[in-house]
Design a protein around this ligand. Structure first.
Ligand code: HEM
Length: 221
């Protein structure tokens, strides 16, 4: 029988999903910290974005790595979901509604929603930022543009909804990786749970607050 490499096995693929998920979480943390400079005003945000120009080659490498991380995560998600569906005895799902099936369905729905958001986000903010030469307008594009930016309340609502989906997706993700890796030691679980809150609650909440503040609240004041 042909010997499988670790990443061809189910546990290996789950490991890869957890690893790529965590790496993307770190990107989101850094991305949030960058975007929080919006609260410091146009000069700070524009200066930060302009300063990234100096390390453009590094940014490009990181973007390619991020793409590989994302594609690996998504490919394995669909592979595992297909495999678990095809290995389930027929009629099983109608007899027993087990919680893991419901949870993985939720993960797939929130995952696809986040992916759609990402397509819109990269097709607007990221694409526009690549072609702008005037470094004094980055802040205005994000906070005031009334088509793709938070000057359009619908865009703000889209970002707020995406933040909620990201929070849900990450919460389930952390919970299911605890099960996959059999973390049962109470002390270890408590520590990881606390760190996980930073990723599944604090970070998405930060994105939610930015969109709500610039897209909705500021306009009402
Ligand atoms: C308040 C919410 C957000 C704002 C204001 C924001 C803003 C931006 C901007 C301005 C860029 C272009 C940066 C550049 O090219 O220099 C960007 C890129 C990007 N954003 Fe966001 N973003 C937000 C939320 C998110 C979320 C929730 C995700 C992930 C689900 C995300 C993923 C990305 C990715 C993958 C890139 C391309 C990589 C990069 O150039 O950094 N963003 N974002």
């Amino acid at each position: 029988m042909k010997k499988l490499s670790l990443f061809q096995t189910t546990i290996g693929k789950k490991l890869l999903m957890a690893l790529t998920g965590i790496l993307f979480c770190f990107f989101l943390l850094v991305h949030l910290l960058n975007n929080l400079t919006l609260f410091l005003g146009p000069d700070s945000f524009n200066a930060l974005v302009s300063s990234l120009e100096y390390i453009k080659p590094l940014i490009r490498v990181l973007e390619v790595l991020l793409l590989i991380i994302l594609v690996t995560h998504i490919y394995n998600a669909f592979f595992l979901s297909y495999k678990s569906k095809s290995s389930r005895p027929s009629g099983y799902s109608s007899q027993i509604k087990d919680s893991s099936t419901i949870s993985s369905k939720t993960m797939l729905i929130s995952g696809v929603t986040i992916l759609l958001f990402l397509v819109v986000h990269l097709g607007t903010f990221w694409r526009i930022f690549q072609s702008v030469d005037d470094h004094s307008i980055y802040y205005d594009i994000v906070t005031k543009n009334n088509i793709v930016g938070f000057g359009n309340p619908l865009i703000a609502v889209l970002y707020m909804a995406a933040s909620i989906f990201i929070g849900m997706h990450l919460k389930h993700g952390f919970e299911s990786s605890f099960k996959t890796f059999g973390i049962s030691n109470v002390r270890t679980k408590n520590i990881i749970n606390k760190v996980a809150i930073l990723f599944w609650f604090v970070v998405p909440f930060g994105f939610f607050v930015i969109s709500a503040w610039f897209g909705i609240i500021k306009g009402l004041l």
